[in-house]
Design a protein around this ligand. Structure first.
Ligand code: CDM
Ligand code: ATP
Length: 283
């Protein structure tokens, strides 16, 4: 990491609500979800290579080098732009994987924005978001960096201005497969669409939650525990669960009461992602 020319954050996100409206012919689901960023995340370092090779210098246990979303994002940007340059990339992985807080998608988005800058490509945000969507449904919101109401499969984004409370996020130590949750026959897939206005007034739920609670007792137990202190909910397809607090002190106080077997962190909800704040400060 100390050899990197550019160091950038890859923040986590929460799905403050997630409704499933239907299933498309390609198997993907039509959703309505509200994304907000957290001021907590991974950190990536980047340096240009003249030989055109892409190397992720940090080993990520369980994820082969070539299937890491960071490497896939870099190679795709390189192929589509025709750029002859390569990159060395370092990763400080802080976010739990398969946690529903978007770690892999955020790493991919940070890679696209970093290399667009280091390779002097000058791609528009629209073009980077479209490339991001081909890597995963959650990548575009991280490319754009603004809290948003998302529709379609998550790529039709309407920026929203939300309160920025403090969140306690608990990470049950189970891996939830997003594809498995979406293919569960018991998943609710017919929630009627609602208007963004009623959501901003506090409505909504996570339609994935009943399926995940049923399949993963550790997630159900974490929700029961957090619900003793605040109204807790699942983010994305889990495994992470979260509750909000008006200030950091209250969130920290509850965190101290969680068992050591349930890892957790406290972070503030942000409407502009840390990545975009950092990029703006570099201009
Ligand atoms: C559930 C969310 O986390 C909400 O933010 C996302 O929609 C999931 O985004 P993601 O992890 O980037 O998901 P992808 O890698 O695109 O898809 C993983 C798998 O989830 C299912 N999937 C995902 C998104 C979606 N709108 N409908 C789906 O059915 C598909 O089976 C897909 O094979
Ligand atoms: N850089 C990466 N970081 C984390 N996971 C990665 C990465 N690259 C590829 N993956 C793969 O993607 C899977 C899901 O990772 P991720 O942490 O993004 O899940 P998630 O938090 O559930 O995401 P989402 O909320 O977008 O569904 C991992 O199990 C891993 O196999």
């Amino acid at each position: 990491m100390q050899d990197a020319q550019l160091i950038l954050p890859a923040p986590a996100k929460l799905n403050l609500m997630l409704h499933i409206l239907g299933r498309r012919a390609d198997g993907y689901h039509e959703l309505q979800t509200l994304f907000q960023f957290l001021d907590h995340g991974d950190e990536l370092g980047f340096s240009v290579r003249q030989d055109g090779e892409i190397h992720l210098r940090t080993d990520v246990p369980g994820v082969p080098h070539d299937s890491n979303l960071i490497v896939r994002a870099a190679r795709k940007l390189q192929a589509e732009s025709g750029c002859q340059l390569g990159a060395d990339i370092w990763l400080d992985k802080r976010l739990p994987m398969g946690g529903g807080i978007g770690g892999g998608s955020s790493d991919a988005a940070t890679t696209l924005l970093a290399l667009d800058r280091l390779w002097n490509l000058g791609w528009s945000e629209d073009r980077l978001a479209a490339l991001g969507l081909s890597l995963g449904a959650d990548v575009p919101v991280f490319v754009r960096g603004r809290a948003a109401f998302a529709e379609g499969v998550g790529e039709q984004l309407t920026p929203v201005d939300l309160p920025e409370p403090w969140f306690l996020v608990a990470a049950p130590q189970v891996f939830v497969s997003t594809a498995e949750v979406f293919s569960d026959p018991e998943l609710t897939r017919d929630t009627p669409p609602i208007k963004v206005r009623s959501l901003l007034e506090g409505g909504g739920r996570n339609d994935c939650q009943p399926v995940v609670e049923k399949r993963y007792p550790d997630v159900r137990n974490a929700l029961i525990l957090l619900n003793k202190f605040t109204s807790a909910r699942l983010t994305g397809t889990g495994a992470c669960v979260f509750g909000s607090f008006p200030n950091k002190g209250d969130a920290d106080k509850v965190r101290r009461q969680l068992p050591a077997t349930l890892p957790s962190f406290v972070a503030q909800g942000r409407n502009i992602s840390m990545l975009h704040r950092k990029l703006q400060s570099l201009v």
